[in-house]
Design a protein around this ligand. Structure first.
Ligand code: ZN
Length: 520
């Protein structure tokens, strides 16, 4: 009995083998017929999976009539994102897999699971093969994803050492956000970079850099990351402008190149469950991809463009229990600023009403009775005070706002109206229970009209954004990453090898093979 069980098991395993070999064979065949390609671009949307892409697509279609460039690319594949240590990866392990072609543990940058062996990235292979290299991101340049292309460290948190690896890489262009975890004096990595031959430019200097005079460029747009796409002033440089600068610079080198561009803040807004900011970040990366599509049209026989994500963040779903089959993603267009910026606005309003914040616990917190009497004359913030701020930044409408029936009347009129915009506005009217939830959050953040201190946190902003997203038919299930596979899209020379479903580490394997084909 036992024997036959094992025999069956062995037979099963044996039967499974040819299929596996066949798949591996196809892969080898594909990689055998690779064509030389001069210009190779890899885009990584941090925290961007299918829901993020479809949310931005639907928003873009319903507001501008046009979908995303990345969703219209001719070859679409899927990559699985799990790391060596976790079914749910972090950005270090997924960055390393996409950059180096090997699965490692969460937290590692360009190193194996043991943290003993350095893994070679596609950018390093590119440099070895005589290519110029550019690395860009909208977040800090020594953060996990970009770091995976030039650094080797047991931990993604060793920002300073990762920054030193950046200089050592000798890659021609670094752009977008600046360094985090830098040090002063002689240990300042920007100074070390200058000594190593980099032209370092900061913020306003960036657009004025004389590309012809620079050997290598390190353009740190801001000290930390670029402004969020939703908060960015229109005239300020975004990922697309840096991408254009990078290719203008690398073209002057007269050699083939490899460029990695990260849309880093899709992940951030996924962690904070902020759909309106997330989709604008995806659209901002799509704008940078369009720069490369224009470039590819000028160099059709010499360009490969691959767009992927490193994992999904937030457990985003495009549908919500209360909204059922009604999709209202266009409502996210009413959001005027990121949830981070809205937190600032709430606190600034409180400062205006209550006076500036002092360090330490709020006065009288330990003696409520006495304080209530003593503070009868003191200033307090009321729920009504913040309602206009919520309406202004999210378009959410409070019934009976300001104590009049004015809005109520408007709501009734809109109900009867056949006008689409009026009905759309109606969707933004807060229900009684939604208003109660926001008021409850307000009371947590400002008990008795005073600041709660740290304990109340940013309850108002978090609750408003959660309600706003749900009303827009969007749901979130997590404040962390999830294990969804991501789309990998490609265009141009050898794009066909990125079709199908495969591991994220296969992206690096394929890119390394492509980059290793000599270009005349
Ligand atoms: Zn993340």
């Amino acid at each position: 009995m036992k024997r036959s069980f094992f025999a069956a098991l062995a037979a099963g395993a044996f039967l499974a083998l040819p299929a596996f070999q066949a798949a591996a064979q196809t892969d080898a065949d594909q990689l055998k017929d690779l064509k030389p390609v001069k210009y190779v671009f890899l885009f990584i949307g941090d925290g961007m999976s299918l829901p993020q892409r479809m949310m931005a697509e639907e928003f873009s279609r319903s507001t501008t009539g046009k979908g995303l460039t990345i969703n219209a690319m001719p070859v679409q594949g899927y990559s699985k994102t799990s790391s060596a240590s976790n079914f749910i990866t972090d950005s270090a392990a997924s960055g390393t897999a996409i950059a180096c072609g090997e699965k490692t543990n969460n937290g590692r940058i360009g190193m194996d699971t043991e943290g003993k062996k350095n893994l070679e990235s596609v950018a390093e292979v590119a440099k070895k093969n005589g290519r110029a290299v550019g690395i860009l991101t909208s977040i800090t340049i020594n953060h996990a994803t970009p770091a995976s292309f030039y650094a080797h460290n047991v931990s993604r948190d060793n920002y300073y050492d990762i920054g030193l690896d950046l200089v050592k890489s000798g890659f021609e262009y670094f752009g977008g956000g600046g360094l985090q975890g830098n040090r002063n004096g002689d240990n300042d990595i920007y100074k070390i970079a200058e000594k190593a031959g980099y032209t370092v430019a900061y913020k306003d200097e960036v657009p004025k850099v004389d590309l012809k005079k620079a050997d290598k460029l390190f353009v740190r747009g801001h000290n930390g990351q670029l402004p969020y796409a939703i908060d960015k002033p229109a005239d300020e440089w975004g990922l697309a402008e840096y991408t254009q600068q990078c290719i203008d610079f690398l073209m002057l080198k007269n050699k083939p190149f490899f460029v990695m561009v990260e849309g880093g803040n899709i992940d951030h807004h996924g962690h904070s469950n902020d759909a309106g900011s997330s989709l604008r970040e995806t659209m901002e990366m799509d704008r940078a991809v369009s720069v490369i599509m224009d470039f590819a049209k000028k160099h059709p026989n010499d360009t490969l463009l691959v767009v992927t994500g490193d994992h999904e963040t937030g457990g985003l779903t495009l549908g919500f229990a209360n909204t059922q089959y009604e999709s209202s993603i266009y409502l996210l267009g009413n959001q005027k600023c990121s949830s981070d910026e809205f937190k600032n606005k709430v606190n600034q309003l409180a400062d205006k009403i209550l006076g500036p914040r002092r360090m330490g616990p709020p006065a009288g917190r330990n003696n409520d009775n006495q304080n209530n009497q003593a503070s009868a004359e003191e200033k307090t913030i009321k729920f009504d005070d913040i309602k206009p701020l919520i309406t202004e930044n999210f378009g959410l409408i409070f019934d009976n706002q300001g104590g009049s029936n004015e809005n109520n009347g408007a709501v009734q009129a809109n109900l009867r109206s056949a006008d689409r915009n009026a009905r759309r506005k109606l969707n933004l009217v807060l229900t009684k229970s939604e208003q109660d939830r926001i008021e409850e959050a307000f009371n947590r953040q400002f008990p008795n009209g005073k600041r709660a201190g740290f304990g109340g946190g940013d309850a108002v902003a978090n609750t408003v954004v959660a309600i706003f997203d749900n009303k827009s038919s969007v749901g979130w299930t997590s404040g962390a990453h999830t294990a969804l596979p991501v789309d990998t899209s490609s265009y141009g020379v050898n794009a066909n090898v990125f079709g199908g479903m495969y591991e994220n580490s296969d992206i690096a394997k394929r890119l390394k093979a492509i980059i290793s084909v000599p270009v005349k």
